[in-house]
Design a protein around this ligand. Structure first.
Ligand code: DC
Length: 225
């Protein structure tokens, strides 16, 4: 069976996860949250007291990981469901430094390609899915948006507990780290369809992406819907 992948990349708070999840549901395809893998490695390293600056130890941690990524987005470490724990503030603060390590990325990307080969039909979202992980993807989408609007969405998603200025500052720092790192920085693939989400609701973004993807994927695709 040939592998079909749709990639959705973009910065934090742009709506990638929601849009990718809805699109995967709509198509009946698997959903791959590539950021979850970097979060999982970070969580495992913090739990084990491994320094996130020690690349060799991080790679060892990955090799020993008993990780399971369910196609519905749930993540397990051994028997433990860590879907919420990988989103803790400690993990969120540390993950850009882990994701910047070339050795870590090499191992994680290998696993992501294996996941796609097994699943066959995948909607993948992240920072480098269209540029590095799946350069031959059938459809590539890049979502962008004004940082302040993204910060407002993030703030609302998190229950509005943190001050907007703090959320915006954190988000801009993550944007900076993700887009200036030496390996696989956040970037729009040359052949990606770019959508500015600043003035759109999440429903409008979903609708626009869905129409774009639907127009490029054969309706009769075996295994699709
Ligand atoms: O999308 P997210 O917030 O769950 O991503 C977590 C971190 O992982 C963030 O710092 C960006 C990084 N990441 C990455 O480097 N490459 C990806 N394909 C996905 C996420």
């Amino acid at each position: 069976m040939s592998v079909w992948v749709v990639t959705i990349d973009g910065p934090a708070g742009v709506g990638k996860s929601t849009v990718a999840r809805r699109l995967a549901d709509d198509l009946g395809w698997s959903y791959l949250d590539t950021g979850a893998a970097y979060r999982l490695v970070t969580l495992a390293a913090l739990d084990a007291g491994v320094s996130i600056e020690d690349e060799a130890a991080l790679m060892e941690t990955i090799r020993d990981l008993e990780a399971r990524f369910e196609t519905d987005g749930r993540v397990f470490l051994g028997a433990e469901n860590v879907t919420s724990r990988i989103r803790s503030p400690e993990v969120t603060a540390a993950v850009p430094r882990v994701a910047a390590r070339p050795g870590v990325r090499r191992l994680v990307v290998q696993n992501q390609r294996r996941f796609a080969a097994r699943a066959g039909r995948v909607v993948a979202e992240g920072r480098d899915t269209g540029t590095v992980v799946f350069p031959d993807a059938a459809v590539k989408v890049y979502l962008d948006g004004d940082p302040e609007v993204r910060a407002r969405r993030r703030q609302a998603q998190d229950g509005g507990l943190a001050a907007l200025g703090t959320v915006l500052g954190d988000l801009q720092e993550r944007d900076r780290l993700d887009s200036t790192r030496a390996v696989s920085p956040l970037a729009c693939a040359e052949d990606a369809w770019r959508l500015d989400t600043t003035d759109l609701t999440l429903d409008e973004v979903t609708q626009a992406v869905r129409s774009h993807v639907r127009s490029r994927i054969p309706i009769t695709l075996p295994g699709g819907s």
